[in-house]
Design a protein around this ligand. Sequence first.
Ligand code: G6P
Length: 369
Amino acid sequence: EQIEKGGFDHFMLKEIYEQPSAIQDTFRGRMLPKDAIIKMAGVEDNMKTFLNADRIIVVACGTSWHAGLVSEYIFENLARIPVEVEYASEFRYRNPVITDKDVVIAISQSGETADTLAAIKLAKSKGAFVFGVCNVVGSSIARETDAGAYTHAGPEIGVASTKAFTTQITVLTLIALRLARAKGTITSTEFRHHMIELELIPEKVKKALESDDYVRSIAEIYKDASNFLYLGRGYNFPVALEGALKLKEISYIHAEGYPAAEMKHGPIALIDENMPIVVIATRKGHYDKVVSNIEEIKSRSGKIIGIVTEGDTTVKKLADHVIEVPESLELLSPLLTTIPLQLLSYHIAVMLDKNVDQPRNLAKSVTVE
Ligand code: G6P
């Protein structure tokens, strides 16, 4: 097992560090910016179905559901297709309205999650076309779906999902870009620009990983907090949810993720000097509005950990700590802002002496209801 961990103390840390290459493996061979091509067999073969779809319904659980939420913003923005993101467990029992004009995208790292599998079977029985985004090749969901695209993240052993999340977002971005180009909702220049920016992401993830020691020092300060709040907006709202989930899963600290603007409708009541609040405040993502949220937190003595774009000065003046990530397109920023949140939960869990790779009560794949 020590050998499998490749010199890292835990699988989770190894998998966090594998993200630059995992993301690259996910787009390699599928995306050719020079030739302005994105090619994925499962999408090409079913292009007509995708283009005729009234909407996309994403079904997933856990971290995969968060990747689905990020993709909602991406699909709607780039390809102008309405998207609904559903917890598979709710969808399957809700008697949902599904027609043969719906495309269902099922996202699952393991490809074995019982609720997601059941949601797929239901959607198929109503005539919908079901597309899978799985990591495990040949898994039940990969076999049950009509077509799909693998994430190529490699085996993920840590129960808390890390590289599966970022590679899911990568695949979904490729699909959205391909559909956007086919629909003509983005220009060829924009198409190429997005690809070039995506190609730069692995190097930028490496750069984001350089904050590791600094993130560990922040973990040291807040490891004994009983609650955390995570805030983000737009593409980074689901990242806030995912950051909170990571902390809950492996350190057993209560954490909530919220869209930053919703803070005033509840969570603000919780803020005092004992509450660490992680705020994703990248420069392009509704920056000014998030900055005013940060001011509101500060005036209530909350402890602010800002996730900011390199070179930021405004948040630096307000926050107790800022963790920088490289600049990118706003749409791609979740691939970067996620990194320090994964590291923060990892270091806190290690400091609290928790079982990072196999947290209590959780399973890597949930094959029962
Ligand atoms: C479990 C795992 C999570 C995962 C979720 C969905 O809860 O512990 O890490 O996100 O299942 O799993 P899937 O394999 O369908 O992505």
